[in-house]
Design a binder for this molecule. Structure first.
Ligand code: FES
Length: 69
């Protein structure tokens, strides 16, 4: 997942992915360009959408990084 990329490369995003990808924090929120959002092979699940509702500055092209594969 995108979260794995951040963690495995020691990228310095303070607090990113606090729950470790268990869909309980929304700290992995990312806002994608529309063309990138549309290229993803899947759409957010109901559980991801529930957590995205709590994300700061949620947009129509928001995803949770831990759910992007
Ligand atoms: Fe917590 Fe993605 S890392 S919801």
């Amino acid at each position: 997942s995108l979260l794995d990329v951040v963690l495995n490369n020691n990228l310095d995003f303070d607090g990113y992915g606090a729950c470790g990808g268990t869909l309980t924090c929304s700290t992995c929120h990312v806002i994608l360009k529309k063309e990138d959002f549309d290229r993803l092979p899947d759409t957010p699940t109901e559980e991801e959408n529930d957590m995205l509702d709590l994300a700061y500055e949620y947009t129509d092209t928001s995803r949770l990084g831990c759910q992007i594969r």
